[in-house]
Design a protein around this ligand. Structure first.
Ligand code: UDP
Length: 197
């Protein structure tokens, strides 16, 4: 099925398996790709108050339906049944389960200690390689964020999990995509808090 347009934002009509297969195809790539999981909150934020975020969503390589709110809106407004939904945590979990030690992951975000614990737990549970980790309380000031970009690059991750809160995480991935050159970058809200628990 072709890419859809919902409230002028792109949406890829893929279920969880479809999303993960697409991401697996990018793993060996040297090109950066951004993934956004669309939910009603981020649509409202982008539409009402954050023009940069709207551009970021329009520039994403893959946009999935995060939850039932978007599935419902697509049915109501476009009269299309989506094949399913794919939330950030489900996408990341399935990718780690399927790829295990083939996958190198950088964990970015959460309060100090959270990303490190999440990395440890995921390495133990799924056998993934840890490319690095860093907490999410840095400044987007062209100094701290650029140092962080260097640190992420140095770990050569296939996957960057960015958990900085809705909006900021998507903008971080998009702004730095050409510096980062990470094949899969995904904004993933409270995912690291869950993985760390
Ligand atoms: N977070 C962060 N840096 C920030 C703000 C938030 O790392 O400047 C982390 C926060 O610790 C949590 C995640 O981002 O792990 C999601 O935060 P929150 O639930 O506040 O954001 P939402 O996704 O609800 O917008």
């Amino acid at each position: 099925m072709q890419r859809l347009s919902l409230f002028n934002f792109p949406l890829d009509p893929l279920d969880l398996d479809g999303v993960v297969e697409k991401l697996e195809g990018w793993m060996g790539s040297f090109d950066p790709h951004t993934v956004i999981t669309l939910n009603p909150e981020i649509v409202i934020q982008a539409e009402e108050e954050d023009a940069e975020l709207a551009q970021v969503i329009r520039g994403a390589d893959l946009v999935s339906a995060d939850g039932v709110g978007i599935v419902w809106a697509v049915k109501k407004m476009l009269d299309i049944d989506l094949p399913g939904r794919a939330s950030g945590i489900d996408i990341i979990t399935q990718l780690m389960e399927r790829q295990g030690s083939n996958l190198r992951v950088f964990f970015l975000g959460g309060k100090p200690g959270i990303a490190e614990q999440a990395a440890r737990n995921c390495a133990e549970k799924y056998g993934i390689q840890v490319a690095g980790f860093e907490h999410g309380y840095f400044k987007d000031d062209g100094n701290e964020d650029l140092k962080l970009v260097e640190k992420i690059r140095a770990g050569y991750p296939h996957l960057l999990i960015t958990s900085l809160g809705a909006g900021r995480q998507e903008k971080f991935n998009h702004r730095h995509r050409n510096r980062l050159k990470v094949p899969i970058m995904i904004g993933a809200g409270g995912t690291l808090d869950v993985f760390s628990g």
